[in-house]
Each structure stands twice: as structure tokens, then as C-alpha cells.
Design a protein around this ligand. Structure first.
Ligand SMILES: [Fe+2]
Ligand SMILES: [Fe+2]
Length: 184
């Protein structure tokens, strides 16, 4: 069970490049947080890579992520990885107990939102400021399918401020901007 296996599995199931980029963003944020907290970077990256791997095949909740979790179980993925992934949707009723699960939930919607803000800017993520993201979060007509409530709850559960969490995720995503399609 390693990162390359997880990445290959995701690529097998997810063909849409936009969705892949979302998954890479979450993977990158997870890896950065693992380093920050002194946790297992490879494991956290695997959780990021696999959190939406079943989404193209099962886009309806709760099939996503329940069906995917069954596939992961059959492949021998451990419970802590599967629980963290199940916890990223409230519908699966799996509580976010581990720090890994809390970070995944706190990063998932926010990564999508930051990408949405960055992609329409001339310099994309290169010079994106926290204030621009905060401003767009208040603009309910922007990326209205991204749940502000989920983003707020994720930060609350993780015990991080809007300012520090948004800054941390932006900086993590900047490092991986090429793969995320967010270079100018
Ligand atoms: Fe998801
Ligand atoms: Fe996601």
C-alpha cells in the first residue's frame, strides 16, 4: 500500500482532468498538513488521492463515498484511511475523530473554492491573497455550489482560524501550481 498504488487506482477511476486537479489539490494540502503536524505524509497524501476516486463512477451521495470505501476495503486499505474518507461527507455518519479526517474535511471544499477563485485571475494562484478568498466566500453568488457552512465547520473542528487555514492551503497549492493547472 503506497502512494503510487493509490495514484494509479485514482487514475484508473477518474478520467476527468478537472476532477483530477481537485484531487491533486486535496492531496497536496493533506501532505502539507501532515508535515506541519509531524504525521505520516504518505498516508495523508493517500487519503487525499483516494477521497473522491469513486466520484466519476458514483457521483451520487451516499454511493460516493460508500461504494468507494467498499472497493478500498477489498483492496486491503486500512480502517483509518477509509474512515477519514467516509468522514468527508456528513451523510456517511462516520464521525471525524482522527486529525487526518478533520484535515481532509477542512481542506476538501476549501481547495475547490481556492481553485475556483484562482483560475479566473490573470496570475492564477501566483499572487492570490487570503483577503481575495475571504471576499469571495462572502459573495454568495460566487461558486455557489461550494458550501460555506462545510468550510466553516471544517475549520472549527480543526481548531484553526480562517486566516491561518486559508493561508496555509494557498501556500501549499502554490507549490504544486503546475499540476493543479493554476500557473499564469
Ligand atoms: Fe467527495
Ligand atoms: Fe473532494
Amino acid at each position: 500500500m503506497n502512494y503510487t498504488d493509490a495514484l494509479n487506482l485514482m487514475h484508473e477511476y477518474i478520467k476527468n482532468e478537472v476532477l483530477r486537479r481537485h484531487i491533486y489539490a486535496v492531496e497536496t494540502a493533506m501532505g502539507a498538513y501532515a508535515r506541519k503536524y509531524g504525521e505520516d505524509e504518505e498516508k495523508w497524501a493517500i487519503v487525499g488521492v483516494l477521497h473522491d476516486f469513486d466520484y466519476e463512477m458514483y457521483p451520487i451521495i451516499p454511493d460516493h463515498p460508500l461504494k468507494g470505501s467498499e472497493i478500498l476495503k477489498s483492496k486491503g486499505y486500512p480502517e483509518d484511511i477509509r474512515d477519514a474518507i467516509l468522514g468527508h461527507t456528513s451523510f456517511s455518519n462516520v464521525p471525524r475523530v482522527s486529525q487526518m479526517a478533520k484535515v481532509l474535511y477542512a481542506c476538501d471544499e476549501l481547495c475547490g473554492f481556492i481553485s475556483a477563485v484562482a483560475v479566473i485571475r490573470p496570475n492564477k494562484i501566483l499572487d492570490l491573497e487570503v483577503s481575495s478568498v475571504k471576499k469571495k466566500l462572502k459573495d454568495k453568488s460566487f461558486a455557489k455550489n461550494v458550501s460555506r457552512e462545510d468550510i466553516d465547520l471544517g475549520m472549527k473542528e480543526l481548531g484553526v482560524s480562517h486566516e491561518e487555514h486559508i493561508r496555509f492551503v494557498i501556500e501549499a497549492m502554490k507549490v504544486d501550481s503546475g499540476r493543479l493547472g493554476l500557473n499564469p
